[in-house]
Structure formats: structure tokens, C-alpha cells
Design a protein around this ligand. Structure first.
Ligand SMILES: N[C@@H](CCC[C@H](N)C(=O)O)C(=O)O
Length: 268
């Protein structure tokens, strides 16, 4: 069986996008891992599967990390959807509907209201999510929140001094996080500029994480460190975040790279 896909990325966070409306396949964890493998498959951080949605102007999106786990939010992939379709669209994920509008070279997405409730992130125990009383070597007292998926944000002096390739997986797998967690480190340059890096749950170090940028912005707002419009600089480029009435608006690039086909034993 042969299926079509489109390779896309948002600031170098890359995706294999399969439009299930024309190529319907069943995706199990093994199939996702095989496609995402950078040596023997197409290679990607996340595999994205689109499908019809009954609501007019909406499309359903499933998100799989490179390790095969299915998750409920991906900011960079959400910006890719209107770029792929060529029009504004409401992207419906397991975390809910997100309105995504084309903008210059990419898209703007209303990412909703961040949730700092400990058992909805989730954490294993009730804690002050504004400053968790925990630490891993140099990384201490993070903010914990959900922006549709779980994130920790550590504010540090120098993001490049953090061995995120070593501490990221350790924190991701800590029993404090029953569904594992995405790990962000951020340095506030001034109230409108932040530098950040992310260790992504199920994908590792990526060039950018859209939900990580949203989480970092919301965490910085909660700590009183940031204005309501901020530029976040990630290894793969910049994202703009703004807050209106508690909602997070993320704007940034999204790029279609090439179209291809995959052959395999995919059972619809
Ligand atoms: N790259 C994404 C986030 C993908 C999901 C994440 N790794 C998770 O497990 O929650 C983004 O741009 O937000």
C-alpha cells in the first residue's frame, strides 16, 4: 500500500503530515516510530494525521511523537495546518479546538488559556505550580502548567549552560509527572524578549516547540517577568506571543518542504 505525505516544519520542528481524508491508515506506535526514524524512515519530530471533522471550517488533527506516543497538542504543527490547506481553519485536537489563521510566512493560532491546576497538568501530588519545591542539579523551582500538553519552565541565567540533553530525559521521566513532561529552560533578556530551549517529551531536543513557547510566555507572565507581547527566540527562530483576556496568541513561520510517498503494510 502506498500513501502520500507532506514534510513540513515550524522553525525546524519537523513533521510528516498525512492527510487521512485522502489516505486513510491505522497508525500504531511501531508504524509511527518507523516513519519518524531519521536513518531508516522519512524522519520527523512528530507525525501529524489530519481527518475530516463534522464542524464546518474545522479539521481534526492527531499528533504522535517520534517515540510513537500520541499527545494532545503541538503548537508548531497547528501553524502548519492552514499553510498546508491554504486557508484559515479551526484545528481540533484531543485538547480542543484551536483557531489558526494564515499570516505572513506562517500562521497565528489562538492557543487558549493556560492551566496551572496541578492535577490537570498532571502532577503526582498537589503543589504550588507557580514554583514547584523541587530541583534537578542546577534546575530548580520550575513553573508547571498545561497548554493542552504538560510543561515545566525553568528560568535560568544562561540557557546554553544547561545540559538539557542529560537533564531533560531525567526530568521528563520523573515519577512526579505521571504522563511525563516537556522541559523548557528560559532566560529573560528583558520584559519583551526571551531566549529558550526545549527538551520535548517523546522527541528529545528539538529546534523549536510551539507549546513550549506558549508555556514559557505564560509562566513568565505568572511570575511577573514579562509584558503582554513578547518575542521568544528558539534555536530554530523566533515566535511572537501575546496575551489578551488570558488567552495566548502565537504567531510564527510554518513551511511546506516537499511531498512524498510511503510504501508499507498500513492497515486502514
Ligand atoms: N513540537 C510540539 C510539541 C509536540 C508534543 C510534545 N512533545 C508532547 O509530548 O506534549 C510543539 O510545537 O508544541
Amino acid at each position: 500500500m502506498t500513501i502520500r505525505f507532506t514534510k513540513m516544519h515550524g522553525l525546524g520542528n519537523d513533521f510528516v503530515v498525512i492527510d487521512g481524508r485522502r489516505d486513510s491508515i491505522a497508525l500504531d506506535a511501531g508504524t509511527v516510530r518507523a516513519i519518524a526514524d531519521r536513518r531508516t524512515g522519512v524522519g520527523c519530530d512528530q507525525l501529524i494525521q489530519l481527518a475530516d471533522h463534522p464542524q464546518a471550517g474545522s479539521i481534526a488533527m492527531r499528533i504522535f511523537n517520534a517515540d510513537g506516543s500520541e499527545v494532545s497538542a503541538c503548537g508548531n504543527a497547528t501553524r502548519c495546518v492552514p499553510v498546508l490547506l491554504g486557508h484559515d481553519v479551526t484545528v481540533v485536537t484531543a485538547a480542543g479546538p484551536l483557531v489558526a489563521k494564515l499570516s505572513d510566512g506562517g500562521a497565528a493560532v489562538d492557543m487558549g488559556v493556560p492551566d496551572f491546576t496541578w492535577d490537570r497538568i498532571p502532577l503526582a501530588y498537589a503543589m504550588d505550580t507557580g514554583s514547584l519545591p523541587v530541583g534537578w542539579e542546577m534546575l530548580e523551582n520550575p513553573v508547571a502548567l498545561s497548554v493542552g500538553n504538560p510543561h515545566l519552565v525553568f528560568f535560568v541565567d544562561d540557557i546554553d549552560a544547561v545540559p538539557l540533553d542529560r537533564l531533560g530525559p531525567q526530568i521528563e521521566q520523573d515519577p512526579l509527572f505521571p504522563e511525563r513532561i516537556n522541559v523548557n529552560v528560559a532566560s529573560v533578556t528583558d520584559r519583551r524578549d526571551v531566549r529558550m530551549r526545549t527538551w520535548e517529551r517523546g522527541a528529545g531536543l528539538t529546534r523549536a516547540c510551539g507549546t513550549g513557547a506558549c508555556a514559557t510566555f505564560a509562566a513568565g507572565r505568572r511570575r511577573g517577568l514579562l509584558d503582554d507581547t513578547v518575542r521568544l527566540t528558539l534555536p530554530g527562530g523566533d515566535l511572537m506571543l501575546a496575551e489578551t483576556d488570558g488567552r495566548l496568541l502565537m504567531t510564527g513561520a510554518a513551511v511546506r518542504v516537499f511531498d512524498g510517498t510511503l510504501s508499507g503494510d498500513f492497515h486502514a
